[in-house]
Design a protein around this ligand. Structure first.
Ligand SMILES: Nc1nc(=O)c2c([nH]1)NC[C@@H]1CN(c3ccc(C(=O)N[C@@H](CCC(=O)O)C(=O)O)cc3)C=[N+]21
Length: 310
């Protein structure tokens, strides 16, 4: 039977445990984690995420500070705001909503964020630490995907994983995380030859290309675990709805387990943002961070089986 991986429920559990931890931090040390979200311009889709983030942060005991800037803001003014947030002791995490207007340099903005406060894990220091296996702030979407995979499969070592997409935000960090968990990792993308055959070899498939319905059931190895990162707004029969990169109807006939869109990876992304903010807070106050929060919140669904064939 195909299992539908309920990311919304997992994210609820994770946020609940994060809330318990922030309460402890508050009671024992009088510290309240703070997250600053910077949004440039007013992309309506981004506004929804920003609102959801702020509400869920509050529910988990995290203060959130929103900064909305006009789309025509100068790079200098944006960098000045980041410098202020870097120096603000009430702010432990900084997220600059991407993409930025074309007039601004995303690279310069990301590099201006203090690596300790970079809860998106996009700063080159964090990317380098992740790639070398050192302690790092890990990008929220791939971290959420990894948690869903561990919860579903228990042990990932030795599995053949295919990451579809090579973005800095999802594909590349996802490949590094899977490698860290001893998967055999392939990164495929729009220029890959024989894409369908590559996909069919994978025990784990993470789709993050932004092409609605690209991956169909005939691309999937029977029993494989499918993580659909795509959140594509499509018009169908005069209506707007969200669609993943995976064709859910055909894929769910073949897969062993699959994430839906919405209700899969998206809610986990926000929960991981809150987790990173808690981690950043502990780190900045030289307090221990409970590394086992994900395992506590999301105990493994399937007992790891010892197998020589997979
Ligand atoms: N610096 C930065 N970091 C980000 O993490 C970042 C960003 N910029 N820019 C925009 C994207 C997009 N993103 C989403 C997070 C959660 C949902 C989410 O919770 N989606 C719900 C449904 C939402 C709905 O119904 O519209 C779901 O999939 O179930 C979606 C999208 C984070 N992003």
């Amino acid at each position: 039977m195909t299992r539908i991986i309920d990311g919304k429920q997992q994210a609820n559990r994770l946020r609940e445990v994060i809330g318990q931890e922030t309460l402890g931090l508050q009671e024992r040390h009088g510290i309240r984690p703070g997250l600053a979200v910077v949004m440039v311009g007013n992309d309506p889709a981004s506004q929804v995420y920003v609102r959801n983030k702020a509400r869920q942060a509050g529910e988990a005991g995290i203060a959130s500070f929103e900064h909305r800037l006009e789309a025509n803001v100068s790079q200098q003014a944006l960098l000045a705001l980041i410098a202020t947030l870097n120096a603000d002791p009430a702010v432990h995490g900084i997220l600059v909503q991407l993409p930025l207007p074309a007039s601004l340099s995303e690279a310069a903005v990301i590099q201006a964020i203090a690596p300790d406060k970079d809860v998106d894990g996009f700063h080159p220091i964090n990317i380098g630490n992740l790639a070398t296996g050192a302690r790092a702030m890990v990008p929220c979407t791939p971290l959420g995907c990894l948690m869903l995979l561990r919860q579903q499969l228990g042990e990932l070592a030795g599995k053949r994983a295919l990451v579809l997409g090579r973005s800095n935000i999802v594909g590349k960090p996802m490949a590094n995380l899977l490698l860290r968990d001893s998967c055999t990792v392939t990164v495929a993308h729009s220029r890959t030859h024989g894409l369908a055959e590559e996909c069919r070899r994978a025990d784990i498939l993470v789709a993050a290309v932004g092409r609605p319905g690209l991956v169909t059931g005939d691309w999937i190895k029977p029993g494989a675990t499918i993580i659909d990162v795509g959140i594509n707004r499509i018009e169908e029969q005069g209506r707007s709805r969200l669609a993943g990169d995976v064709d859910f109807t055909s894929a769910s006939q073949v897969a062993g387990a699959i994430t839906p869109v919405p209700g899969g990876v998206g809610p986990m992304t926000i929960a991981c943002l809150l987790l990173n903010t808690l981690q950043a807070t502990c780190h900045q106050h030289r307090l221990p961070f409970a590394e086992d929060i994900p395992q506590r919140a999301l105990p493994t669904h399937r007992k790891p089986t010892r197998s020589v064939t997979s």
